[in-house]
Design a protein around this ligand. Structure first.
Ligand SMILES: Nc1ncnc2c1ncn2[C@@H]1O[C@H](COP(=O)(O)OP(=O)(O)O)[C@@H](O)[C@H]1O
Ligand SMILES: [Mg+2]
Length: 341
């Protein structure tokens, strides 16, 4: 099959956030290369097609290559992560078959507030929260129990999250909200801090939904806060990075595994995820609190989804082939239904 592996570049300087946040984007080329290599091993005719600041160039390269399908790794457009859904929208408008979730799901899951409202409506647990938009009075947090965690409402990759995000007082909370407004220029999400085990649940949708072996993120006891902060994800020389380790598969009781898997699969279905996703959960008193739904998670060979797939006995190329199969089946189905019109 001819497969275009699409990923995106980001500019040197971004309009908001910390300068260091750019590191979080630098893995996208390596991820695209790993997928390209796996596709090559599987015998596909695959090519990298990068989305930079010029959409027309991207579209014309895609049209020239004329792929059977697109392996979509785009996480935004030229440094603007909020355009992630619109990149998938371009593939929709071009009538091209692509892997992963569709625009509505990508947009919804990037908005942590909307996601949490939907989860609650479905009876799924998520930490209690309040939203603090810029230029408004602080919300009333009397009903929330300290410690709280303050994070940007629309970022990912632990941008804007560090030990100081976890706060024990109204004054510290208000300082951190001001920081999010100033640096990230968006609402701050204030949540109850769930002091429990952190679990990553990868789901594959090939036919039915499959929960891959669950991973736990473990934290060294001497870290200031047991959280996946920016440094623990992106700064190898930091104590936070060294002290944060994924373990997969993980020790859980059969009941815990069932509750976590059910919650993750319900969230996957509720938010209309497609092909694969990773749900981040904190487990406290047997309740799986959903922190977020990653509808376009990192699928590098050393990231969570591939690690869980490996624990299920799937090699990296086998994981990539499963995603390709999900995507190509859709094309056959849409052709079949078009033929009956
Ligand atoms: N309510 C919470 N309780 C405990 N830890 C949290 C909570 N919210 C976030 N965290 C910690 O911060 C990390 C990043 O938060 P998350 O909401 O997943 O943001 P991102 O989209 O940047 O990954 C989580 O992996 C977790 O370690
Ligand atoms: Mg997360």
């Amino acid at each position: 099959m001819r497969i275009a592996v699409c990923y995106n570049h980001t500019p040197e300087h971004s309009a908001r956030g910390e300068t260091r946040d750019r590191i979080a984007d630098s893995g996208s080329f390596a991820q695209a290369q790993a997928v390209l290599q796996a596709l090559g091993q599987l015998g596909h005719d695959a090519e990298l097609i990068v989305l930079s600041d010029n959409l027309r160039t991207f579209i014309s390269r895609l049209e020239n290559f004329s792929p059977d399908l697109i392996f979509n790794l785009c996480e935004g457009f030229w440094g603007d992560a909020h355009q992630e859904m619109n990149v998938a929208g371009v593939f929709e408008l071009l009538g091209m078959n692509y892997s992963g979730s569709q625009p509505l799901c990508l947009g919804l899951t990037q908005n942590k507030l909307l996601t949490k409202k939907l989860l609650l409506q479905q009876g799924l647990a998520t930490p209690k929260f309040r939203l603090a938009p810029p230029e408004e009075n602080l919300p009333d947090v009397a009903e929330l129990r300290y410690p709280l965690i303050v994070k940007p409402a629309w970022e990912d990759a632990s941008q804007g999250i560090e030990a100081a995000s976890v706060v024990e007082s109204l004054r510290l909370m208000s300082d951190r909200v001001a920081y999010i407004h100033e640096v990230y220029r968006q609402p701050a999400l204030i949540e109850e801090f769930i002091d429990g085990r952190e679990l990553n649940v990868a789901i594959l949708a090939d036919g039915g939904l499959t929960t891959l072996p669950i991973a736990e993120i473990t934290f060294a006891a001497d870290l200031p806060r047991p959280i996946v902060c920016f440094d623990s994800k992106w700064t190898p020389e930091s104590a936070a990075y060294r002290g944060t380790k994924p373990v997969c598969p993980v020790q859980l009781t059969a009941l815990e595994t069932e509750l976590i898997s059910e919650a993750a699969q319900s969230a996957f279905t509720l938010l209309n995820c497609r092909d694969y996703a990773r749900i981040d959960i904190r487990l406290r008193d047997r309740t799986p609190y959903i922190l977020e739904v990653n509808a376009n998670p990192d699928i590098s060979p050393d990231a969570g989804l591939a690690r869980s797939a490996g624990a299920a006995g799937l090699s990296y190329p086998q994981l990539i082939e499963k995603i390709v199969n999900c995507t190509s089946k859709r094309k056959e189905q849409s052709h079949a239904s078009a033929a009956t019109l």
